[in-house]
Design a protein around this ligand. Structure first.
Ligand code: C2E
Ligand code: CA
Ligand code: CA
Length: 534
């Protein structure tokens, strides 16, 4: 029983472990999932920010394209004739601070200052020589030092004539590049090699701070890019995890509980016994019973063995008590009966040959054992005699007298197993009217070593003999024990001294060997006797 409890404890620990592992995995997976989700949200936020900034810059620039192409016709016309139409256009555009007309590499007209005479390629080599269409620079004339964006629209293929629109970029960028904390800490407009950052009137190259990452997106219509700096998305996503913890914990507890409940059956030993019956994991073994008088094999006791592929060989002391508790003992006993029925033709066809079957007392309830014998045992028309060994680990309940009578009537003998131990008591002798008492192996082991138990052995022997009940001594391991029991006329002996339990299929081979040895011994002793007489 203790082993059975240990085994149940082991299964419970395994269940708990599995539930904990699942709970931990769910926790981890939920947090990972939420982390990945938060990170991609944050990345999407930066992307959206850049897209919308580019969209707005593009929308701000596109009317300037139209106005430039409308104004290109004025290039070459003397300045005093075009200045006022230029001022008019600028007023309509709002974003443009000034327009410069360039003819043959000469800036000859400014909407603000009127006539000029400056070399275009000296003033703006990026536009005149490098072929750039946009230039981020600082205003050299009106608001000295303030950032401006120059848009160059050439009129001729040689890039020497055209118009330059000067855009008030500081104002616009302060409006379009407002950072969006926490994912966008800095937003920057880049044209060529120059950059204009929100909140910084200086035009200069930028670098990310140590803990910032860079995100860059280019306009498809104009030669500029938007750069965003901000904390790494994984860092921000990590910071959101504490908020996710309650949900993740709840889910992990829920899944852990579901697994705990779901494995209640599958992981339990009783479930595995049930499964094992179907999966043919049980084997029927038998142990020979030896006649104490003539030394012949008087029968066999059937013993179950369980080879569980997950746990190896499981001792009957572990699974039998559990099977009894979970109402699985009857199916197991039915299995033993059907297996021994299969083997009947190989067993001795003698009516004094005993086949002892261990039966739990619960199997006696509602005549269940009688029905099982009717369907499984009797149809095989067995010649050997059946003995039912009554085993009850707790207390033998009041066994239905009717069942006992029915069994006796059909010639089935009853044995009380493990007599003298546990709960078996003298009252059973009256209630069950057993044909056989089995002396438990602890009493056999006491022979010659333990005076008290040996006295009990003697008392059980004389009790049985007075009541005319046959005796089987279990656990005979030594010649001394066998001799002691034979001298006291114990009817049947069983134990490792004669044979260990073996697969029932091997029994007929064992019996042949055993009988050959016995006849050999008999012959030797007969010739020895003859020799003595001669
Ligand atoms: P049990 O009915 O008292 O069976 C005898 C046990 O003693 C067997 O253990 C057997 O292998 C062991 N044994 C035999 N000779 C010796 C010996 O010389 N020395 C020692 N130390 N042991 C010996 P096993 O097969 O492990 O079975 C243990 C118990 O499990 C059985 O005790 C029986 O109560 C139960 N059991 C086994 N098979 C069945 C079954 O089919 N149905 C039921 N209800 N119980 C079973
Ligand atoms: Ca037994
Ligand atoms: Ca026993």
């Amino acid at each position: 029983m203790h082993m059975a409890q240990q085994s149940v404890g082991k299964f419970r620990r395994q269940r708990l472990l599995i539930a904990l592992v699942v709970a931990a995995m769910v926790l981890l997976l939920t947090l990972t999932f939420r982390f990945v989700q938060a990170r991609s949200n944050i990345e999407q936020r930066s992307q959206d920010f850049a897209n919308s900034a580019i969209d707005r810059f593009d929308r701000m620039l596109s009317p300037l394209d139209v106005s430039a192409s409308n104004t290109l016709g004025l290039v070459g016309v003397p300045c005093q004739n075009v200045r006022f139409p230029l001022i008019e256009k600028i007023a309509a555009l709002q974003t443009v601070r000034a327009v410069l007309l360039v003819d043959q590499d000469t800036i000859y007209c400014s909407s603000i200052y009127g006539e000029r005479n400056l070399s275009f390629s000296l003033a703006f080599p990026e536009l005149a020589l490098n072929g750039q269409r946009m230039l981020l620079t600082t205003d050299a004339w009106l608001l000295k030092g303030s950032p401006v964006l120059l848009l160059w629209n050439p009129k001729s293929l040689d890039n020497r004539s055209g118009i330059v629109q000067i855009v008030n970029i500081e104002l616009i960028s302060n409006y379009l590049l407002v950072p969006e904390l926490p994912w966008v800490e800095r937003a920057i407009l880049n044209v060529g090699n120059e950059s204009l950052e929100y909140g910084n009137p200086l035009i200069e190259g930028t670098v990310p701070a140590e803990d910032e990452v860079k995100f860059e997106q280019a306009s498809l219509r104009y030669p500029y890019t938007i750069t965003l700096y901000g904390p790494a998305p994984w860092r921000l996503a990590l910071a959101t995890l504490p908020e996710q913890l309650p949900l993740a914990l709840l889910l992990s507890l829920l899944f852990g509980y579901i697994v705990w409940m779901a494995t209640a059956n599958r992981m339990s030993l009783s479930w595995q016994i049930n499964y094992g019956i179907g999966a043919d994991e049980f084997r029927v073994y038998c142990q020979p019973l030896i006649d104490g008088g003539n030394g012949e094999c008087a029968g066999i006791e059937l013993l179950l063995r369980w080879h569980n592929p997950r746990h190896g060989w499981v001792a009957p002391d572990v699974f039998i008590p559990l099977a009894e508790r979970h109402n699985l003992i009857a199916p197991l006993t039915r299995f033993v009966i059907s297996k021994v029925v299969e083997q009947l033709p190989q067993l001795p066809q003698r009516s004094d040959f005993h086949i002892a079957l261990n039966v739990a007392a619960s199997h006696f309830r509602d005549c269940e054992i009688v029905h099982d014998l009717e369907t499984l045992w009797w149809p095989a028309e067995p010649v050997p005699r059946l003995v039912l060994e009554l085993t009850e680990r707790d207390a033998l309940p009041v066994v239905d007298q009717q069942v006992v009578a029915m069994l006796h009537k059909v010639g089935v003998q009853l044995a009380i197993d493990d007599f003298g131990t546990g709960h078996s008591s003298l009252s059973y002798l009256k209630d069950l009217q057993p044909d056989i008492l089995k002396i438990d192996k602890i009493f056999t082991a006491a022979i010659g070593t333990d005076a008290i138990n040996a006295t009990v052995t003697d008392m059980v022997i004389s009790l049985a003999q007075r009541l005319n009940i046959s005796l089987v001594a279990e656990g005979v391991e030594t010649a001394e024990q066998a001799e002691y029991l034979r001298l006291r006329a114990v009817d049947v002996l069983q134990g490792y001294f004669f044979a260990r339990p073996m697969p029932i299929e091997d029994f007929s081979f064992w019996l042949r060997q055993f009988e050959m040895q016995r006849s050999q011994v008999n012959m030797n002793s007969a010739s020895a006797t003859q020799g003595t007489l001669a």
